[in-house]
Write a protein that binds this ligand. Sequence first.
Ligand code: SF4
Length: 473
Amino acid sequence: METNQDEASRPFSPDTGRLSMEQTNNVISFQTITRNVGRYNLRDKTFLIPQMNRIGGRLLAAVFRGFGIRAQCIPTYKGLDLGKEFTSGKECYPCQITTGDILYFLKTEKERLGDAFDPEEYIYFMPESDGPCRFGMYNKYQRIVLDSFPEFAPVRIGSLTTRDGYSLDGIIDPDRVLDLRKTSFFSVVVADILDRLLWRIRPYEREPGAADAFVEGSTREMEEVFEREGARKRFDRILDALEGVVEEARAIIDPAVPRKPLIGIVGEIYLRTHEASNQHLIRVLERYGGEAVNASIAEWINYTAYDRLRETKIALRLALKQFRLGIVREQIREMAGFAGDLYYQEFRQRQIYKRIRALLDVAPDHRVAHLEKVLKKDDLYSFDLGTEACLSIAGIVEYAREGYNGVVNVYPFTCMPSTTTSAIVRPIMNDLGVPYLDTPYDSSTQPGREAAIRTFMYQAEQHFRRHGRNRHG
Ligand code: SF4
């Protein structure tokens, strides 16, 4: 295959440095990006989960372990130098971070195990999404990078895709797929709740550091609970344990500390949930007097099911018009699957939030159908265009209408959906009179960033004094 890559974007060899054009052309073939990237059975393999959301990755690994899969959440941000070395600088920042994470892990593992290191033992998890942005290319690019290390080339990349709503078919025995899917989603919502619990109690803690230490301990406890109960779908026991955590957490709050301005966070899913890469934005907001609520991970999972359901409805209408009965049957079957997924996920989410919010006012989550209505009502954007902009634009408007005192949009520098979001919501937020801040990140530290956040928090404080807090708490 001919390539026109410039010098800076060619892959590297660990022995010889950057590969020659001829070697690069050998590495970059259609075969490379399809071979060893896909859906693999995880039996007897070590499943490597990148750490995006600190709590969510750990709970998900615990769920897989409960199903008998050797799963672990790999350390993050320790290999950033490697990530930068093996990318050209044109890739999205999360691609650099995750490339560094997997290289760092494999190199460390190889050093630890020596001759016993067997690359065929590992399956590295890197999902993808279709649509117009670059997330669909991370695992292909990382395949090329891993292939440039002869000792890592056999490491397979396990990929799930939004095309089928992150179906887990094929990665475990067929009779256990549904259970794994249900328990995995349950762990996603529990991780969201633990995050929301931390953000709810930390700004009001009696002792500095108490909330972080408590949530760290609670995460370990919930990992054990998921590993023990998850595969048997004992969701009541898991919820009982979570309720116990939330009840204990209430004691950390000092009732003498008055409520603070509430800040909503939206943006690109990796950056907004990966604390190191967003330079601990939530802590900085808290340092300047705020209480923050980040958009959840479950919202994205629900969005993928919702979006597939929406697409199958459109395809069904078209097939009916054209009287193509084979396609009609196929679309109805698919529609039923996605509708069932979405119904189940939203039911579980409501159930968990209801029980937890009876104990403590952690922030509730947005329903995706409602977010689409928000966009349609004011003709702000269309779900037809896809990407996270659908959720971010509607989420920002909802935060503003719910009475949040400010909203931050967090994203990797040059991120396409988030830049679109920013362009659309800025004038709206001006009209609504709600403070709004864009925080694009790459691996550098912007000198004015902290001053911008401090100024934003000053505005949020003024908003809070004039309008009070939002209607949820
Ligand atoms: S959402 Fe943004 S950061 Fe993520 S792949 Fe797309 S453009 Fe890159």
